[in-house]
Design a protein around this ligand. Sequence first.
Ligand code: SF4
Length: 400
Amino acid sequence: MKEISVLEPVFYSEFRCTGGECREHCCKGWNIVLDKPTVNHYLNSSDAEIRAIAKTNIIKTKKSYADWGKISFSQKDDCAFMDEARLCSIHKKLGAAALSPTCANYPRMQKATRYEIKQTLTLSCPEAAKKLLLNSNAMLLREKKELRARELNAPELNEEGRLINLMCTNILFGCGSHTQQGLYGIAMLFLYLEKLENNEEKYAKAEEYFASVLHSVENGEVQQLIDKIKPDYQLQWRLLLRLLNYLRNKKSVRGKATLQRYVDNLYSILSDIADDGRVNLPMQRLDNAWKEKVAPWLAERPHIMRNYLQYRMYNDGFPAIKTHSRLANLYLLTAEWFLLKSLVSSCVAQDGNITEDDVINVIYSFHTLTKHDRLSDKAFLNEIDKTKVNDDISLIYLLT
Ligand code: SF4
């Protein structure tokens, strides 16, 4: 027998679908893929209504056993099986066991290595985002042990990757709501690791340096270093505009209308530049909104940013993109954080206030549009390459 460790964050165990009360139902606005048994089950259902809906609305794709068909959508973009009360007629008439794997599991996901399963939720579900962001213990991990006949059919755990991931997680935890300090601390760690010789002292030295970074974050030295950086508004403005253009041009799917409101808001602020092309005005306006309203608001709710970044470390296995350097991975995370921060700040700059609902909306809709495949990661890295000055360390200009 093999012992398998199953990790489960608190927000995963506490998640309950809100069904008809959901602020943006997942039974609309995107492809719902059905496996072969589900397609056949619905087409041959003993329930006449289910059978009729299936015959008219299931499009057979036959791409693979798991991707055998998809459900067409009504003019309102709703799943054909959604009834007038916005409830699932499959669930109501045939029971939960009849749901397709896609519908039965969403938003739950698993990340597995040979001897470990990490349970997680995708943040494209607004209720999952809410549970993560508003519960201060959301990312506390519970561990269970299971005995199985054999190990999992999954890759081996990369011990070095896990160690670096844990160091980054701890640095971000140590900075509380001052995320810029944590990201700067991780940049320091990655630069140090790049220079480290590959010998038997490597891990002891890495751990020693990690402890010194953590100490510098906690005693304010890292913030003093950030305070000495002259803001590069031009770089910030160019990057934001590129990322916003990418999001605006994404095809219309679930979450797009919600994100579009925030994107348009930020876009209109960024467009207000001086006649001579200087971009200081909009960037200072965003910076003021952040420093005067958003940062103090977040400091009263330190779990919001802390949980979000702990989730990104846990869920993504940061630094996750193996084709790119650790610093390039950090640049991507920093650019995404800078974009989210700017979207939230633009609410304050336009409306004068910020609410928990705004933060949930920005996070879940951003994840819906960008985190269901690796296309957006690649596109964002591409936009970063076009914007950055010299090398990946110019990410520090996003931290001021
Ligand atoms: S998006 Fe989440 S809360 Fe909303 S209906 Fe789907 S699973 Fe339920």
